[in-house]
Design a binder for this molecule. Structure first.
Ligand SMILES: *Cc1c(COP(=O)(O)O)cnc(C)c1O
Length: 361
């Protein structure tokens, strides 16, 4: 076996070893075709089966019926920042947004370019340490939708309670926590997620959109930027990110084989408890950057007493086989990303290392 590290990268990030092994096994000859999946037509029965299965598994795991379209598009989550208002923000309405840090800020910027943006809530004044409570939000009656970011990958915060505004469709960027826990996905009218955190390799972006919302899409967009181009074609209007969809399908099967989102949630709960437990034992040494009730189960962000110690922590971690512990370049500090594919054992190793590092430094 190759020399694999415990990989805490934030994105692209670690993938389940079992999935990578299947990819390796099937890489040169996909199911007796004599070709790699990367080399076959996206119109072939082999790829069609992969795409259909990925759609089916997504609906099954998230508890959605076929009134929800499941698409796999290119362009990353960042293209969705624009596609959402391009399709769903008409001139006579506003798009309501909650600003919980970098990614939502970027979504807000795109909405402002395309139409009328209304800031429904923000934790900017608290340096994004927390998620605004649903009761704090101000969503105008003429909002075409409310957009939130379920997990702030950079500041390490996550919604544990979702707002519900009567008659206002809820749209969510779930790039960094999709499929990580049981939630009522039917509450959402549109969900999008770049694959490279919790679902697979970079390149495929999952978009789940309620049929009812599709009916409200604005006319006049270029074909590739119109959800109505992709939905009836099941993402095959043009060449979809085929290899990415294939790996996403394998990751979804891997989730299903464990017992679905409930089983994954159980492991994720245990993982974050372990690491935040160290913060709570040594609050003056490992200083979490998120408020307790907004802590992310996916990205654990923290500071040490000095930047020099942080540098040493990251370097010593790397030497001990724990990679990717550096915080995002925009905020500094340390971050352990513990997406679905990170094992409990990996988190135990990190906790051991944290305890030993504190003793030694
Ligand atoms: C990584 C990330 C993005 C950006 O995704 P791209 O696929 O690189 O465009 C957007 N939102 C969230 C929450 C993310 O974590």
């Amino acid at each position: 076996m190759a020399n694999r590290i415990v990989n805490f990268n934030a994105g692209p990030s670690t993938l389940p070893l079992d999935v990578l092994k299947i990819v390796q096994e099937e890489l040169l000859d996909y199911k007796g075709t004599g070709m790699s999946l990367m080399e076959i037509s996206h119109r072939s029965p082999e790829f069609d089966a992969v795409n259909e299965e990925a759609i089916k598994l997504t609906r099954e795991l998230l508890g959605l019926d076929d009134t929800f379209h499941v698409l796999f598009l290119g362009g990353g989550a960042s293209t969705q920042f624009a596609m959402v208002p391009l399709n769903l923000l008409p001139k006579d309405k506003c798009g309501a947004y909650v600003d919980t840090g970098t990614w939502s800020t970027k979504a807000i910027k795109e909405a402002g370019i395309i139409g009328r943006m209304h800031l429904a809530g923000s934790s900017r004044d608290d340096d994004y340490r927390r998620i605004p409570k649903p009761s704090e939000l101000d969503v105008p009656a003429d909002a075409a939708y409310l957009h939130i970011t379920s997990n702030n990958t950079i500041k390490g915060t996550q919604y544990h309670d979702f707002p519900e505004i009567p008659n206002v469709p809820l749209i969510c960027d779930m790039s960094s926590d999709i499929c990580s826990r049981v939630i009522d996905f039917k509450k959402f009218s549109l969900i999008y997620a770049g694959a490279q955190k919790n679902l697979g390799p970079a390149g495929a972006t999952m978009v789940i959109v309620r049929d009812e919302l599709l009916q409200k899409c604005k006319d006049g967009n270029p074909s590739m930027l119109d959800y109505r181009t992709h939905a009836p074609k099941k993402s095959m209007y043009n060449t979809p990110p085929a290899f990415g969809i294939y790996v996403v399908k394998l990751v979804l099967e891997w989730i299903k084989n464990q017992g679905g989102l409930a089983a994954v949630e159980k492991v994720n709960r245990a993982k974050q408890e372990l690491i935040y437990g160290v913060f709570d034992t040594h609050p003056d040494y490992y200083r979490g950057t998120a408020d307790k009730d907004s802590r992310s189960w996916m990205n654990v962000t923290f500071r040490l007493p000095s930047e020099d110690l942080e540098k040493k922590f990251i370097a010593d971690g790397k030497a001990a086989g724990l990679g990717g512990l550096k915080g995002h370049r925009s905020v500094g500090g340390c971050r352990a990303s513990i997406y679905n594919a990170m094992t409990l054992e990996g988190c135990e190793k990190l906790v051991e290392f944290m305890e030993a590092f504190k003793k030694a430094n």
